[in-house]
Design a protein around this ligand. Structure first.
Ligand SMILES: [Zn+2]
Length: 310
């Protein structure tokens, strides 16, 4: 049993040790207050220190755990990025193959267009293309391509695309010009019917002798439609001596067509007409022996055989 008593001396604690039997053997322990306080302070410091160590330990363990998790995450990200680069490389290689096919197609179309071109067709502005397919770094192989390989490939493809776009743009302009030339070139019959008089010297339909016929006559039904044989601008739509009711269309490049003896004129002076557009109806006005259209083609003011344009 421990009995604690406070002595009058306030600077010390006295602890009395009393045995259970009798008063003999009672012993007193005198401990200075300063020592007790020091011990208490030391104990507190130790507790704080231990708490500190414990907290620090947990922090260290937590940090290590986080670092490990972060490393694992980075490893996963890295693996995923490698896969992405491989996928990108496959897509780029496929794009290159598409590009090579496009180059070949461009070359084929250009060859066809040039074969079809006549002597008057300009070939200016055509872009030559390399017959060799493009070869870039980073195509397949056991090792995955690096990002810089892919970058080079993409840059080369961008440059090739620009060349290809310019080439196709030139081709488009070339074809548009060609279409315009074709549209402005007389190439169809002006009316349905039967050719009753050809171009050139013929027996005069007005009696004896012969006369020079500057066009062809196509006989058909009265009021049958007469169409422009090419795109152009109407430069005359009125009565003309001998021709009766006449339409004259200027197609540019010195080419003019005339449609005579009409019963009715539809196209007006200055009107832009398209190939195949109805411009008048068949009749027998002017110097005519029956219903027909007199079709005439002039090149630089000289009547030529319309057969060349049919
Ligand atoms: Zn005629």
């Amino acid at each position: 049993m421990i009995k604690q008593q406070k002595k009058p001396d306030k600077r010390k604690y006295t602890i009395m040790l009393v045995p259970h039997q009798g008063q003999a053997g009672v012993r007193s322990l005198h401990i200075p207050i300063v020592a007790v306080k020091c011990a208490a302070v030391a104990f507190c410091i130790m507790v704080v220190f231990l708490i500190g160590i414990t907290v620090n330990y947990h922090k260290t363990v937590d940090t290590a755990g986080m670092e490990k998790a972060e490393l694992e995450r980075l490893r996963q990200v890295n693996g995923s990025q490698v896969k992405q680069i491989e996928e990108l490389a496959k897509a780029t290689a496929a794009l290159q193959q598409d590009m090579n096919r496009l180059n070949k197609l461009d070359a084929e179309i250009r060859r066809i267009v040039n074969e079809d071109n006549d002597g008057n067709t300009s070939r200016a502005g055509l872009t030559r293309i390399s017959p060799e397919p493009m070869q870039y770094a980073g195509q397949g192989g056991p090792n995955p391509p690096s990002l810089s390989d892919l970058q080079q490939t993409v840059t080369a493809m961008q440059q090739n695309l620009q060349v290809r776009e310019q080439s196709l743009q030139n081709l488009k302009e070339e074809l548009l010009a060609k279409n315009a030339r074709l549209a402005a070139t007389p190439s169809i019959w002006p009316a349905a019917g039967q050719v009753t008089s050809r171009f050139g010297w013929r027996n005069s339909p007005w009696g004896s002798g012969s006369d020079y016929h500057p066009g062809i006559d196509i006989a058909g039904d009265y009021g049958a439609p007469i169409v422009a044989t090419a795109d152009g601008v109407v430069v005359h739509s009125d009565w003309a001596s001998g021709y009766g009711k006449l339409v004259e269309v200027d197609h540019g490049n010195g080419i003019v067509t005339l449609y005579g003896h009409c019963s009715q004129l539809l196209a007006k002076d200055g009107e832009y007409v398209k190939k195949g557009q109805v411009i008048a109806y068949m009749g027998s006005t002017g110097l005519s022996t029956g219903t027909h259209v007199h079709y005439e083609v002039r090149v630089n003011g000289t009547a030529v055989n319309p057969d060349k344009f049919l």
